[in-house]
Design a protein around this ligand. Structure first.
Ligand SMILES: C[S@@+](CC[C@H](N)C(=O)[O-])C[C@H]1O[C@@H](n2cnc3c(N)ncnc32)[C@H](O)[C@@H]1O
Length: 251
């Protein structure tokens, strides 16, 4: 099935999001370690999952959607330097930072594309073995997430895996306030340890109010993945809003 369904009228363009602003993406690159809850653990699990399920003998074809400055691919390349990686992001500044970070790895391709453009692009290229994303897909409304999951399925080899590290809502809305609060507490504890002087003391509230963040409930996303042709769909990590889920394209 092709993933070229038309965008919904609510599908905002990348250019209208804060990520299109150079200073916004610079702030994220400078500070993400301070406010992405358990970032180190999330990246450790990504590498472990890669070793256990996605790694081929040589030249695993990886795609990172919303790659930012290439942090995921750097981790994977440290694990397996034979990876051939395609990094996709709407932001030229992010892609430039990714090229700098990954300068030692020649098998890197960067594509400046919005998710919308990526979904419209040809499916005739060699399929990927592993498609990953972190903290990018929550910028899409649920119908657009569904279209993206279908496009991901269309671009994976049979048996290939998709893994998403992201923020989601609880399926029980009653937990949402606490999850934001618990996130802020994590940030505040790190702040105290590193003496950051309260630099991120309102990050959870700001993220909640930011209209670019369109979190959807976890179970709905897992169901949407199954509907797009994935099996072995599972959430492998959950700590409040922060999750890792994955699925395998059915052969
Ligand atoms: C929170 S950052 C995450 C970056 C990186 N994956 C990481 O974990 O550090 C979100 C990234 O998604 C990109 N992005 C957001 N919306 C996008 C869209 N509609 N199309 C393409 N890229 C998008 C942004 O430019 C940004 O690099």
């Amino acid at each position: 099935m092709s993933g070229t369904t038309a965008p919904t009228p609510e599908s905002p363009d990348f250019d209208q999001s804060l990520w299109a602003k150079a200073n916004f993406s610079q702030e994220y690159r400078d500070n993400a370690d301070h406010y992405i809850q358990d970032r180190h653990e999330l990246l450790r699990l990504l590498k472990s999952f890669y070793r256990a399920f996605a790694k081929k003998t040589h030249g695993t074809r990886v795609c990172d959607l919303g790659c930012g400055d290439g942090v995921l691919c750097q981790q994977l390349l440290q694990e397996d330097p034979s990876i051939e990686a395609t990094l996709v992001d709407g932001s030229p500044q992010m892609l430039s930072a990714a090229r700098t970070r990954l300068v030692d790895f020649p098998q890197i391709h960067t594509r400046q594309q919005s998710f919308e453009e990526w979904m419209q692009s040809s499916t005739d290229l060699d399929p990927f073995d592993f498609i990953v994303s972190s903290f990018a897909i929550h910028h899409l409304h649920l119908p657009d997430k569904a279209r993206l999951f279908q496009s991901i399925s269309d671009r994976l080899s049979e048996g290939g895996w998709f893994l998403n590290i992201d923020t989601v809502f609880s399926d029980e809305p009653g937990f949402t306030d606490w999850y934001y609060q618990a996130w802020q507490e994590w940030v505040n504890e790190r702040d105290a340890k590193l003496r950051l002087k309260g630099a991120f003391s309102t990050i959870a509230r700001k993220a909640r109010l930011n209209p670019d963040n369109k979190l959807s409930p976890l179970e709905v996303q897992l169901e949407t993945l199954r509907a797009a042709g994935f099996h072995k769909v599972e959430c492998h990590y959950k700590n409040g809003l922060f999750v890792i889920y994955a699925g395998q394209k059915q052969g």
